[in-house]
Unconditional design. Structure first.
Length: 461
């Protein structure tokens, strides 16, 4: 049966434990040897024969190479991980209780066995009696290595190998460990989204995966890690819990976590639903158990060229995540989505009952995310925005279905505007200028109100 394509992208693994691959200079030199000898081919096609060409390999590299060819023969292609910290087909890392490093080598068989569909394999070499010896060899899913990383999930070091299939949006991952001389695969799964961090606060990382389930015809969120081994069960690495996601979760963008208490978290999963349409799913995670809090369409947002991409985030730094939802501004309700200006409301999950949400702020967010304008309560329902030239927005009174008096103008500009009346707003890095109307309006801002309404988003980095 053909698997439905799931257009999710592969996130980058975030290795937390430093290891070292073979020295970069050696690796690069090998690459250039391959590139030259295989005119027109990429170095990914390099074969083992090239490894013995000058320049000289270090003693350790030569030994690893010799032990490897002794085990797998010379007719295999070395596979270079495409991204991440380890870009060499040879990765050195201490994976077990014995203090010296082991070597992992990725390669592809030229004539795969019937059982191994892609022929993508991994060989583990260890030192025995002062010499490198191949001790284990296993098949890997996929046809190319995307990323290699090392984590301690609670029971020693595991290596995570992420691999990809040609023409498929989902990747595969394989979690392996090496102990008492044995390489074991602990877990294998396809995934469209992955994040790795300590989701339940027990001091060890977990894998958070979203993968497409063809039988359910929807995506499923899974928490994978080391079980606690309470209730007399043996601690083991594997699936801790999972939750089906609504059908309109097409592409997961990011995961944000909010702490509720000891071992109790909310997970906010921002996702696209298709063109210009986005949303957030909220999962509770209590003691490793995932549960979908289904807020239906309450957390929906649109996008167009008038609004930046918005994500769930703790915008006011109080530890509670705010979820952006959009509504057409006053006067834009009847227009098409590309023409609309949006109000952005920020929702929070209620603290006393996590099955309900409340709107915390009503805002306008500038197109380049330079500022957030918190619409004062007394303006709500009366004032809308008008997009003008020169990155300027007017906040105007909306009266009798038409734009009336300008309450405030805000401009984003690299240089001070030449026209009269503009004042720089915010700190030295701010590119925001404001202009207040002359005269006394009942709706006009006081200086204090302005200060609490117009927030300059700090530059990242
Ligand atoms: Ca070791
Ligand atoms: Ca954990
Ligand atoms: Ca907050």
């Amino acid at each position: 049966m053909k698997t439905k394509k799931n257009p999710m992208k592969c996130p980058k693994c975030r290795p937390i434990i430093k290891a070292r691959s073979l020295p970069r200079i050696a690796a690069l030199t090998l690459l250039s040897v391959f590139a030259m000898s295989l005119c027109g081919c990429t170095f990914f096609d390099a074969s083992l024969e090239g490894m013995l060409s000058p320049p000289k390999l270090t003693k350790a590299q030569t030994e690893i190479y010799n032990a490897l060819t002794l085990s797998i023969g010379e007719q295999s292609e070395l596979i270079y991980p495409k991204s991440g910290e380890y870009r060499s087909p040879f990765v050195l890392f201490d994976m077990d209780d014995e203090i010296t490093e082991e070597a992992i080598v990725f390669y592809r068989e030229k004539s795969p066995n019937a059982g191994a569909v892609s022929g993508l394999r991994m060989n583990l070499l260890d030192r025995k009696g002062g010499h490198w010896v191949s001790v284990s060899d296993c098949s890997l899913p996929g046809t190319d290595i995307e990323n290699v990383s090392f984590y301690n999930f609670g029971e020693g070091i595991n290596v995570i190998v992420c691999s990809s299939f040609p023409g498929q949006s989902e990747n595969a991952l394989s979690v392996l460990n090496y102990s008492v001389g044995r390489l074991r695969e602990l877990y294998r799964s396809n995934y469209g989204f992955m994040d790795i961090y300590d989701i339940n606060d027990d001091g060890y990382d977990e894998l958070f995966l979203v993968s497409y389930d063809p039988a359910m015809e929807s995506n499923v969120a899974s928490l994978v890690g080391q079980s606690r081994g309470d209730r007399g069960e043996e601690s083991r690495f594997g699936l801790l819990s999972s939750a089906s996601l609504p059908e309109d979760v097409v592409f997961v963008q990011r995961l944000t976590r909010q702490r509720l208490g000891e071992g109790r978290f909310l997970l906010f999963l921002d996702h696209s639903k298709g063109e210009n349409s986005y949303g957030t799913q909220v999962l509770s995670c209590f003691s490793d158990a995932l549960f979908l809090l289904d807020f239906g369409e309450a957390m929906a947002r649109r996008s167009n060229s008038n609004i930046p991409m918005l994500y769930s985030t703790d915008i006011d730094g109080d530890g509670v995540v705010e979820v952006p939802v959009t509504y057409p501004m006053l006067g834009y309700e009847g227009l098409t989505v590309p023409e609309q200006m949006f109000r952005v409301d920020w929702l929070v999950v209620n603290n006393d009952s996590i099955f309900s949400v409340a709107s915390k702020y009503s805002t306008y967010v500038s197109i380049g995310y330079e500022y957030i304008f918190y619409i004062p309560v007394r303006w709500q329902g009366f004032v809308t925005v008008q997009k003008m030239e020169n990155n300027t927005v007017n906040f105007v009174l909306y009266d009798n279905n038409s734009f009336a008096d300008i309450m405030l103008s805000v401009r984003v500009s690299e240089t001070p505007p030449e026209e009269e009346g503009w004042e720089h707003y915010g700190d030295g890095d701010s590119k925001v200028y404001i202009k207040s109307p002359k005269g006394d309006f009942p709706m006009a801002f006081t200086a204090d109100e302005l200060k609490s309404s117009l927030y300059i988003v700090p530059k990242k980095g």
